[in-house]
Design a protein around this ligand. Sequence first.
Ligand code: SF4
Length: 312
Amino acid sequence: MFEIKPHPELSWSISRHKTLLECPRKYGYDYYVSHNGWLRDADSLARHTYRLKKLTNLEMLFGSIVHDTIYQVITYFLKTRQVPSEEKLIARIRQQLNQGYIDSTRREHLWHDKPKHYTMLHEIYYGHFDQLPEHKIAKIQRRLSSAMNNFLTSQTFRDIQSPENIRFVESEDFRYMTIGDIKIYIVMDLVYRDLTNDKWVIVDWKTGKSSAEDRNQLALYALYLKQRYNIDTLDKIVIRNEYLLEGYHKEHALNSTDLINVQNLFGMSIQEMSNYLIDFEKNEPVEISQFPMHQEERKCARCNYQELCFGT
Ligand code: SF4
């Protein structure tokens, strides 16, 4: 039976680490206060926080639809050896974006009740009218027309269309490894073995800009793969970022220093996270008021929790 726990399990990920750096109060809301907020009889703050946690924005919604679409195209290709047309894919993505807008503007009551199953856009929730900013619509239109074309002509999709040369390892499942007793969640977009040169290829589809933490993220993927499949050397692992907006890919060679760096980052980050715990074993947090607010006008304007912080 599903067990209701008073505190979440302590786990680690690069995005959790980035959230803590960005704003400890946001981290507190994301990883503690929202816990159990999906339960009907949870307290109203947990439910409110969970709802806000589920807000998305146009760029994130676009990225998530593109990732799902790519996953479906690859699955479909492997089953049928057919590739849907670019026009068809663009139309499907556009339709899902429209659905997100309709959910946000006409189905707020449904989202309010089941925030996991409906979309609420930050731009609408915190906007004054049911209108999306014109500049954002134009940005997503531009992204839409380039992302699918760049995917269909990408190195990775070309490789996939020679299935005799590759073997798929895993897809977008949730996987984790542990360091000590702590789970580290790993979400890899695509992994395959290139049989022509005996390499393991990890692919990360990018629909946004690169960040300084990307290399650590990739090192974590490599560490996971190396341990999970007993790969003897890092030379056999290729890490590839496919930049779908710009239409190019970048492959990274990692060395053992990268793996040591990411393990050190994990250690320092867990240490920092433990400062916000009363009880490390139970992962019981301090009061939310003790998570400092890193207030910055631009950052707070984009944050899901502004109405909890400032009552706006
Ligand atoms: S609104 Fe600002 S201070 Fe509040 S959680 Fe978000 S980033 Fe932190």
